[in-house]
Design a protein around this ligand. Structure first.
Ligand code: ATP
Ligand code: MG
Length: 559
């Protein structure tokens, strides 16, 4: 993807306006942003919004963006997540300037904490976690000072060094910023900035047994990297005074500007790593990259294109107010992209046999099919045609109404790219199910045009039975039945039991590459399908990326 296509410079937004103002005021010369995920899970569609914003802004202003792992909770973080995050950012089409870990700065952060202590701006508190919580007060009551708040800087320094040296067990002491216990903003009531955790860190190993907290780490990491604009979601608005307080007190070489924007919330999905983790841990899905999950890895496996995800993020834009985005917006961005780019093929998902009784046995021929009806550059392919074909079960009906432009006894249809056929009779199995539909064909309609100019209304797809490739197909749908699963106390009962329907006996035309999982095919009349990462020539597996039309829209109208 070229840089130009990932930048939306046309429409103005409040972030762009703020940056332009900072440039006009000569507060900054080069725009530097960062995308700072915590490596405690896989990235999801919500992160895509932040990635497009941070990387897109840097590109637009000719600056750069860092991918920073905000790794201050060693218990929950792992190298698996780190690797997945890198892969996902790259897949979306972005490149980072540098890829540091916040943990790379632990040494500098420790020095900054010492500076705060020396200035009298931080103290070691030895109250229990419970007492600290109680004494911080509530939304309506101010906090009160605990017995350790007035320790001298010397005593604090000595204790902090002992904390670092591993002389205390977890939870015995914490380091707190000394700000204002009566502040209306609870974040400012002497927040904890360091705690003791005797655990191994995926990046720093056992070097540290004290770890800085997010608020202390984040602003200073931004400053260390020279970030000019720290773009984050609205829940950090109340943290901004603390972000600024820490930087004001420590005066690092640069003081980034924090600007908040609304989190993406998308109907029928979860945008929280913690909640997605529950689905993975308890086996409700097959893993973080389950194609029903709106993780970036899941979407990639599902057949989403990076272009459609970036386009979706552009379409929803930036706001300062939380709102729920309709799933159809994402799905339509995908449909539009795939419609213009997917190669067309034929496949039959619920096959029944169609036998052409006047087509010579043991004869076969090739018919020419276009690979993309709107784009001749895609060229054509040869499709084998023979006496026995598979067609879709619901392309035949007994006693069909007049407007059923498919097969019923006596009706003529066009087989896509091939011939006109007329249905003569249906042979049934003992249980009443259809064994085969018997037709005759018009040899003068090759290519789908009759010699006498006779028109037929319906065209159906087919696959030659002798040449068909058997495949397993996962018919995927939304993972949740309710538009806002996150609002439920327990979202598990709202999982859609039909989010994956497996079809084991689909028939594919031979020109389908069963191991190409880069771009979904359009299976004509059925939707977009992509080969799964576990698909092989021995066992082809396809995922339905998306139907051709929005089948949920109709259901919504009925409500
Ligand atoms: P989660 O609850 O999924 O873990 P998070 O905000 O804790 O989300 P981080 O790894 O800290 O996840 O996020 C990295 C960046 O992505 C942050 O700047 C965060 O604000 C942003 N982000 C996370 N979720 C969303 C979302 N739904 N919409 C927009 N930005 C998001
Ligand atoms: Mg987080």
């Amino acid at each position: 993807m070229s840089d130009a296509s990932i930048v939306d410079a046309d429409t103005s937004n409040f972030i762009r306006d703020a940056i332009n103002a900072d440039i006009a005021d000569e507060k900054i010369s080069k725009v530097i942003t960062r995308f700072p995920p915590e490596p405690n899970g896989y990235l999801h569609i919500g992160h895509a919004k932040s990635i497009c914003l941070n990387f897109g802004t840097a590109i637009e202003f000719g600056g750069h963006c860092n991918l920073r792992f905000d790794d201050t909770n060693p218990e929950k973080e792992s190298v698996e997540y780190i690797n997945a995050i890198r892969r996902d950012v790259e897949w979306l089409g972005f490149s980072w300037n540098s890829n540091p870990h916040a943990s790379d700065y632990f040494g500098q952060l420790y020095d900054y904490a010492v500076q705060l202590i020396k200035q009298g701006d931080a103290y070691v508190d030895s109250q229990t976690a419970e007492d600290i919580r109680t004494n911080r007060g509530t939304l309506t009551e101010p906090g009160i000072a605990g017995p350790y708040r007035n320790r001298s800087p010397e005593e604090n320094l000595a204790l902090f060094e002992q904390m670092k040296a591993g002389e205390f067990a977890d939870g015995v002491h914490v380091l707190r910023a000394k700000i204002d216990l009566e502040s209306g903003n609870i974040n400012m009531r002497d927040p904890v900035i360091y705690r003791i955790r005797h655990v191994t860190h995926h990046n720093t190993g056992d070097t540290w047994c004290i770890y800085p907290l997010y608020d202390f780490t984040h602003g200073l990491s931004d400053a260390i990297e020279g970030v000019t604009h720290s773009l984050c979601t609205l829940e950090f608005m109340d943290h901004r005074p603390l972000y600024d307080w820490i930087l004001d007190k420590l005066d690092p070489p640069c003081h980034p500007r924090q600007i908040e924007f609304a989190r993406l919330q998308l109907e029928y999905s979860l945008t929280s790593k913690r909640k997605l983790n529950l689905l993975v841990r308890d086996g409700h899905v097959d893993g973080w990259d389950d194609p029903r999950m709106l993780t970036i890895a899941g979407m990639r496996r599902r057949g989403f294109t990076p272009q459609s995800v970036v386009e979706f993020c552009r379409m929803i834009g930036m706001t300062k107010k939380d709102s729920m985005i309709e799933m159809a917006v994402l799905e339509n961005a995908l449909r539009e992209d795939l419609n213009s780019r997917s190669t067309r093929r034929m496949a039959v998902i619920n096959p029944i046999k169609l036998i052409i009784e006047n087509y010579p046995e043991d004869h076969e021929e090739m018919v020419t099919g276009s690979n993309h009806p709107q784009n001749p550059d895609y060229g054509t392919r040869q499709i084998p045609f023979s006496r026995e074909l598979y067609i879709e079960q619901d392309d035949y009906m007994d006693d069909a109404p007049k407007k059923f432009f498919r097969l019923t006894v006596g009706r003529e249809v066009r087989l896509r790219f091939a011939y006109y056929v007329t249905c003569k009779e249906v042979i049934r199995n003992e249980d009443g199910s259809i064994n085969s539909v018997i037709c005759t064909y018009d040899p003068n309609s090759r290519g789908g045009k009759s010699a006498d100019g006779r028109k037929v209304k319906g065209t159906i797809h087919w696959v030659s039975a002798n040449h068909a490739v058997n495949a397993k197909v996962n018919l995927l749908d939304r993972l949740f039945l309710t538009p806002n699963p996150a609002a439920e106390d327990d979202f598990i009962p709202t999982l859609n039991p039909e989010s994956r329907v497996v079809v084991n006996n689909a028939k594919l035309e031979p020109a389908i590459d069963v191991t190409d999982n880069i771009l979904a095919y359009q299976f004509e009349r059925l939707g977009y399908f992509i080969s799964d990462i576990h698909s092989s020539i021995e066992q082809p597996i396809f995922n339905r990326t998306m139907t051709l039309r929005d089948s949920w829209a109709k259901m919504g109208q009925q409500k």
